[in-house]
Design a protein around this ligand. Structure first.
Ligand code: ZN
Length: 122
């Protein structure tokens, strides 16, 4: 059954290559996953802020304390996402425009979206 042996071997090798590729990608894929997770958190937070506001409006209560707390969480999440996106860009040999958030190649001097002069590192 040499044919099947060869086939099995070929399939095993293909799987090996895929796993190795995924490992190599590990850093970037992990970052993308983290960004996605944080963005989902942010969406949930925005939704709950909306609901909170509506309920406070409906009940005629003051909601500002809860909102301040929720907004602080939003700020934290936005900062975390920005940091992750900068890491991901670095891993992909790109950078993020600090002004508008556009993804730029590392050599870019002026952002093609907003025109901000970029800091050149290295
Ligand atoms: Zn820009």
């Amino acid at each position: 059954m040499a044919f099947f042996d060869d086939l099995t071997k070929a399939l095993t090798e293909a799987v090996d290559t895929t796993v190795k590729g995924a490992e190599k990608l590990g850093g970037q894929a992990k970052l993308k996953y983290q960004i996605m997770t944080q963005k989902k958190e942010l969406e949930k937070l925005y939704a709950s802020i909306g609901k909170m506001n509506y309920e406070a409006f409906k009940a005629g209560t003051d909601n500002s304390e809860n909102l301040t707390e929720a907004y602080a969480k939003v700020e934290n999440l936005l900062a975390a996402i920005a940091a992750l996106e900068a890491d991901a860009a670095k891993a992909a040999n790109c950078k993020i425009c600090p002004e508008c958030g556009e993804k730029l190649s590392k050599e870019t001097i002026f952002c093609h979206k907003c025109g901000t002069k970029q800091e050149i590192d290295e």
